[in-house]
Design a protein around this ligand. Structure first.
Ligand code: GSH
Length: 203
């Protein structure tokens, strides 16, 4: 499996899970700062011009929630997915919230040009990011997080994704001292061998 990633990007979650799953992979760095995501040959892998992507023997996969699910399903003995259908769906619900709402709210800080050309309007959107991301952190802390892991006692594909969201919260100056459960979760993530292994590639 080829894993296309970029330092300090959404690919962080997939990178952690690849290690948790014991999946063998080749990692290929795409330098977002030089715009490599929007050039050939990467556009042939992912015409969306985004990371992460994985290239498997069956084809290419993009979108973090789908990639996380696939890697977990490839390695069932690692038990990274709940077997109970309702809990499985809860995990999908959590990861889709991170992908469709939290990541998009975060992107308004650095990627405002996706939505508006006017620089003043971009600056106004960026100004709202801290407030919006704080609301997302609050919702996760109070409503979505079970503990000690996202879905309860089982470590699943939701946990590396939450570790990524924690980085977004830090970047967006969310006052994390207010969020005991999120802080504790991040400390537990940092102690894991998977996280230790991939951190040097993302700092
Ligand atoms: N929905 C995609 C979003 C991926 C995404 O936006 N990745 C960012 C890095 S965090 C990216 O590649 N940005 C490059 C760009 O906007 O040019 C996912 O969840 O995988």
């Amino acid at each position: 499996m080829d894993f296309y990633y970029s330092k300090g990007s959404a690919s962080y979650a997939v990178h952690i899970l690849l290690e948790d799953a014991g999946q063998s992979y080749n990692q290929i760095h795409i330098d977002l700062s030089s715009g490599a995501q929007n050039e050939r040959p990467y556009l042939e892998i992912n015409p969306k011009g985004r990371v992460p992507s994985i290239v498997t023997e069956f084809g290419i996969l993009t979108e973090t929630p789908a990639i996380l699910t696939y890697i977990a399903q490839l390695n069932p003995h690692k038990e990274l997915l709940p077997t109970d259908p309702f809990l499985f769906a809860k995990g999908q619900s959590f990861n889709n919230y991170l992908s469709s709402t939290v990541h998009v709210a975060h992107a308004h800080k650095h990627r405002g040009s996706r939505w508006v050309d006017d620089r003043d309007a971009q600056a106004l959107m960026a100004k709202k990011v801290q407030t919006n991301m704080t609301l997302c952190a609050e919702l996760i802390e109070e409503n979505l997080f079970t503990g000690p892991w996202v879905l309860g006692d089982q470590y699943t594909i939701c946990d590396p994704y939450l570790a990524l969201a924690y980085r977004w919260f830090e970047d967006d100056n969310v006052e994390l001292s207010r969020f005991e459960k999120l802080k504790k979760h991040n400390l537990a993530m940092r102690k894991r061998a998977s996280m230790q292994k991939i951190l040097p590639f993302h700092s």
